[in-house]
Write a protein that binds this ligand. Structure first.
Ligand code: B12
Ligand code: SF4
Length: 435
């Protein structure tokens, strides 16, 4: 079968830009669609193509016409969900093509995709669900199966809500026998570039999911609440595949979620003689409890960490179920500064902020050595604990605005003032930025 895997275009809309002309808030990100490269490695008995619409936004129609897919499968974050609906609609107008959607939004809010332009929704990691679905589809004689019995897969229906059996994700089943199909995105590789560092960046996964349950975070949906580590041999193999890529982001939600795994992985990378620079995601409490681990990783090329400080108030950190504290955050920062590891610090601005809250955050950021402060706005993403808590307060339901840079719940300050303070803060962060 011809299977087209689609990475949607950079999506999302900006309230500050549309309503107040604050145009500095839109950020264009680009990186390879690793989820699709991983899935492609499990579909090797078929003809596979990946189209990356972030790199080439206008190539979809031509790709459909030239490749003539039997199946089109989409990935989507929440802010890309509407864009993927439009693309799937376009596919259906093209002919009798089966459409499948998976990824982080489908895993957290599958019902959103229970629409006529989709045939199947895949919930959670797709390494086994997708090939099993494709096999069932290729064995069926042109007839779509009413309700597949594949765990983690739901058939859409105009009449009823989705039903499916949850898939049990176990580490041994998700240790990838084959490397991601990096070759399928080689034509886009030049655009996976970090302009401020002037280096090409590649992605490698070392673990899925996260053992923590922060209320705003949608990662639990990815691996059914599990934390699943890749074997060290697989990670080394994947790093070796990216031979001309000097800078690698380990795209795990929490790279050091298992200390023993992280320690062993560090040794394996060193023994393999891999010389790359790494950007990883790490928790503040991990840095404070295991500074020696950060030191070991620094020696093998750890250059920068993304760290979720989230808040400068203990009360708000507790409400987020962050299982951390402002004291831990400051200590982690001190350790990282001392080790000479650059810090990309995530902070979450609550729409409930008043002038004093903005002042305090600004003071904290300007008085600490955070190399690249990143500011998002607290967003109840569908499927999260926070969504369950706040759904009645949501005033903006259009998912195009769920980019984490819009207030989708009411602001305490006037909306205009809130975005003005937010954009001033963003601007001062970017002036300061270096990684
Ligand atoms: C790399 C990354 C990016 C890259 C994406 C590169 C690309 N794909 O083009 C860039 C830098 C562009 C990016 C941008 C943004 N990102 Co981002 N990103 C990530 C990150 C760190 C890793 C994703 C990844 O590669 N994972 C590894 C792969 C192997 O896993 P996976 O993608 O989940 O795929 C597996 C399963 O989900 C499933 N699956 C996925 N797709 C499909 C499709 C089918 C058909 C099937 C069957 C299965 C399936 O199977 C795959 C294999 O197991 C995640 C956090 C994380 N650790 O997951 C955030 C994350 C996905 N990003 C997020 C966000 C919010 C954004 C931004 C809005 C910016 C921001 N404020 O952070 C923008 C939006 C971009 C846009 N459209 O405009 C959120 C999404 C939350 C949500 N519910 O939407 C996440 C979860 C981080 C977070 N803050 O919580 N991001
Ligand atoms: S925010 Fe980070 S630590 Fe918290 S659940 Fe998400 S990935 Fe895990």
């Amino acid at each position: 079968m011809n299977i087209l895997l689609v990475n949607p275009p950079n999506s999302g809309r900006s309230i500050p830009e549309e309503r107040y002309g604050l145009d500095s808030l839109k950020q264009i990100f680009r990186g390879e669609p690793l989820g699709l490269e991983v899935l492609a490695s499990y579909l090797d008995r078929h003809e596979i193509k990946i189209v990356d619409l972030k790199a080439e936004p206008h190539s979809f129609s031509d790709t459909l016409a030239e490749f003539k897919p039997d199946i089109v499968a989409f990935t989507a974050m929440t802010c890309e969900a509407n864009a993927v609906v439009d693309l799937a609609h376009q596919v259906k107008q093209h002919g009798n093509i089966i459409t499948i959607v998976g990824g982080i939004h489908a895993s957290n809010d599958p019902e959103f995709f229970n629409q006529s332009m989709f045939d199947y929704v895949v919930i959670g990691l797709g390494q086994h669900s997708l090939p099993e679905l494709v096999t069932m589809l290729s064995l069926s004689t042109g007839q779509q199966l009413a309700a597949p019995t594949i765990a983690g897969v739901a058939k859409t229906s105009a009449q009823q809500p989705l039903t499916w059996t949850a898939r049990k994700f176990k580490a041994k089943d998700y240790s990838q026998a084959k490397a991601p199909r990096y070759d399928l995105t080689s034509q886009y590789r030049d655009s996976y570039f970090l302009p401020n560092l002037q280096v090409h960046m590649g992605y490698v996964v070392t673990a899925y999911g996260c053992p923590y349950r922060c209320s705003f975070c949608s990662i639990a949906g990815q691996a059914g609440g599990q934390y699943l580590c890749q074997s060290n041999e697989n990670v080394v193999r994947d790093l070796q595949c990216l031979e001309n890529v000097p800078f690698v982001r380990l795209v795990d939600a929490n790279t050091f979620g298992s200390i023993s795994h992280a320690r062993q992985l560090c040794r394996s990378i060193e023994e393999a003689g891999i010389t790359k620079q790494f950007l990883i995601d790490v928790r503040a409490d991990t840095v404070v409890r295991h500074p020696e681990l950060l030191e070991e990783w620094k020696k093998i090329g750890l250059r920068s960490v993304v760290i979720g400080f989230e808040e400068i108030s203990d009360k708000r950190l507790t409400a987020m179920n962050k299982e951390g504290s402002t004291a831990l955050n400051s200590e982690a920062l001190r350790i990282l500064n001392q080790l000479g590891i650059t810090v990309v610090g995530d902070f979450i601005v609550d729409p409930d902020y008043d002038e004093a809250d903005f002042d305090q955050l600004e003071n904290y950021i300007t008085s600490h050595q955070i190399d690249l402060p990143m500011l998002t706005i607290l967003t109840p993403l569908p499927g999260t604990e926070l969504y369950a808590e706040m759904k009645h307060q949501i005033c903006e339901h259009n998912l195009d605005y769920y980019t984490l840079t819009n207030a989708v719940t009411p602001t305490r300050l006037t909306e205009k003032r809130f975005y003005s303070r937010y954009s001033d803060l963003m601007r001062s962060c970017h002036i300061k930025a270096k990684i």
